[in-house]
Each structure stands twice: as C-alpha cells, then as structure tokens.
Design a protein around this ligand. Sequence first.
Ligand code: GLN
Length: 486
Amino acid sequence: MDIVGLTIEKLHKAIKSKETTVTEVCQATFDRIEKLNPKLNAFLTLTQEKALARAKTLDTQLSNDLEMPSLFGVPIAVKDNICTEAVRTTCGSKILENFIPPYSATAITKLEEAGAIIIGKTNCDEFAMGSSNENSAYGPVHNPWDLTCVPGGSSGGSAAAIAADLCVVALGSDTGGSVREPASFCGVFGLKPTYGRVSRYGLVAFGSSLDQIGQFGKTTSDVARVLSVVAGRDLHDATSSNCDVPNYLASLNGDIKGLRVGIPKEAFGIGLSKDVKSVVETAIKNLEALGAITVEVTLPHSEYAIADYYIIATAEASANLARFDGVRYGFRAENNKNLSDLYRYTRDLGFGAEVKRRIMLGTYVLSSGYYDAYYLKAQKVRTLIEQDFHSAFAQCDIIAMPTAPIPAFKLGEKTEDPLEMYLADIYTVTLNLAGVPGLSMPCGFSREGLPIGCQLVAPHFQEAKLLQVANIYEYAYPNTKHLLLS
Ligand code: GLN
C-alpha cells in the first residue's frame, strides 16, 4: 500500500492492523521530501533524525498496547515562525538564520503530547508578511499544481507540503489570510480559528491583535483533529480564550438542511476573476442543493478593509519587530563603531525589503501627529468592520464567499507592485480584523487547472459549524482532479 498521502484515519487503521509502522510512514515521508523538496522549496529545515527516533519510540509504545492518542504517529509540518525547542526557527528571515528557540510554542507541545511527529519547518514569507511566499529570504516556494506559479503566502510552504503529500497535516499562521489564501491556491483545506482560540505563545508575533495559528489538511476531519488538540486556554497567552473546546471531529455529523448561508454582495464585485466567480457561485449552488438557504447579506465597510489592515498590521509589526536588534537574537552585523550603528546595520542587512517597508509604514502611522489620523481612525474602522459581521450573522448562520479574488499567479508577476499584491488579501483580512473564524475549502479549478477555494465564515468560536459544512460539502462534491507530482 502507498503509505504517503493517507488521512489520519487511514494511517491509524494501517498502523493498528500492522500493515505498516510509524517508522515506515516517517521514512517514506522523508524519502518523498528528498525527492520533491528540491522542486518545491517547501521545507527550510528537516528534523529527520529526531522524527525517526520518535517514530521508533511510538512503535514500541504501540506494541505495549497503549491507547492511541489522536495524532499518534502523524507526520506534521510546521511553519517556520512557530518556535520549536532546539530546532532552528528562521521566520523566513536572514535575521534569524541561526536562531534556535529555547522553548516550544504551546501548540507544538500539545501536538507532541497527542503523538504527532514534527518532520520539519516550512518556508514562508519573511515574518509572515506576504501573499505569495516570494518574500522569503530562502527563495520562493513553488506551487505543486504548476511549478511556475506561487503557492500563496505567507504559509506557502505548509500549503504546498500538504498538496504534494510531503506531510499529513500542517500548521501555519494567519494574520490577514496567510492560511486561507495558500490553502485556496494549493487546493487544500485551511482554517483560521477565532482570535484567541489557539494560544499564540511561541508564535513569533507579527500583528498581535490579528495573529492566529491555523491548520492545514487534505480533509476536514484531519483539520478537525488538529484543532481539537491545539485549541484552548493557555496561561502563557493572556488573549487565549477559555471558551469550551468541543470535540470538532464529533461535530462533523449531521446535515445542513435549512442552514442560512449569507452571500455578501461586496465579495462578488470588481476585481474578482471570472474563474473564481464561477467556481464559487457553483459551490454556493451546491450548498443550496444540499439543503442550505442562501440570503444576501452586506459587509458595507469591506471597501476599507485593505487600507485598514495595512495600517493596523504594520503598526503592530513595527512594534513587534523592534526586538530584532542584533543584541538579543540571531544575526548581528560586524564592525560597528557604536550601538546605534549595530542596530542600524543589523536591521539593514538582516531584514528584507517588504519587512522594512512595513516597519517604516507602521512607525509612520504611529508617530505623533499622524497617530490620530491613521492609527486611531483605523481602529474605529476596525470596529465598523466587526459590526458588519455581527449584523450579517443576525440574518445567516455562516457566510460563503471567495477566499481570494484570483487563482495562483505566476512567480514574479506581482513582486514589483506591493499594492497589487496586497489586493490578494481583500476577502481574508476582514475576518482577522473582526476576529471571526474562516475556512478555505477546495471547490474547483480555473481554466488553467489551478485550484480555487471557497471561504466559509462563522461567528466567533463556531469553528465546528465551518468544519461541519465543509465536511458535508467534501463528501457530496469530492474533488475529482488529483495532483500528480513525481
Ligand atoms: N498577506 C497578508 C500580509 O501580507 C497576510 C499575511 C498573514 O496572514 N500573515 O500581511
């Protein structure tokens, strides 16, 4: 049997029935990575030795007849802005090229306790700033569906790794769409939970009021399993919520008869590609065929979302990235005359162009004289955007809309024009500003054969609803086109 590309359920069956072992699965995964990573550049660091040692231990535990934890033996890839103890964590930046965290993120500790095996760290835009993975200091990731296209960003390595069967599940981070957009571009499921659902402890901060650790999988049940493990209150993160964590896997049952699906008219206007429009409209018709009732809703402040996000996110980034000064972490420029030169040259040589652009923009909007005009105003607009969702959810149970306005674009196509690039986030940033959860599910292909995702949005802490709807859709309208990559 082929032991890569299995779902967690199938993997567990195969292990239980002794058709395979955790070690064999792990080895086969690394063999595939060795073969395909040179083409994709999805992984920046592999933890082969550690992973295989752990696999061996898990295999012996199994023969001792212990109960199988929910992620037992599951190879998982982790975005390289999530700290892993004793394993290099670069954030896709030169400034952290040799940074080895002394501790693991809470999400990582929880995954390991549940039996998962971390196989490596995935490539991403530097400090998660980007929509194409082209801002990585370690070269771009290539989209497995078309190697001349971007995989999306910033969690491009995680999304590409799932699509190419280089892991079973993966973690990413989503500040403005970085899980959902690459999920859409690579044809996999990607979930951004409610702000506070998953602890951010150990996630290198970009926009602290927007950041969430998200989950990637090839199926909704895999995503549900990972979320059940990583969600919940954490004393290391004061913004993590103590709202109950349901068993997301168990909530996948049922039907969607009578479910009210809101369609925001603003998400189907100018800028939306013809292919994405027709694929998402078909997905909505399919939801209707499954018993859902569509209602038109409005998110009137969406037109300000990009501007709003790029003020708030850059302001927070400028403060968060002040810690990278050549004294405390990673890279330090040599031969400086004094301390201010040390800061200056370290940051000049260590950060890439997009990160510098954002630090400058963020510093500007926070500076005295401009604070009220930009930052304060942006916070007010953010409240209006959140209120839009509250009003919409008074009329519907979930919202369906495109994840991104376009399918994956060519490498290099938008690198010269940052504004063009920012527009890829037009449908995703509103959710982070409002704190609500969103899931991108694959639902079709462009005429060029590139995957297209439909984004489902739910009220705060209703991830179970998103997963349930996507699960019903996944079984009713299975993907018929499979990626062949060798
Ligand atoms: N593409 C967005 C940005 O560049 C979102 C990034 C993210 O979610 N981390 O900021």
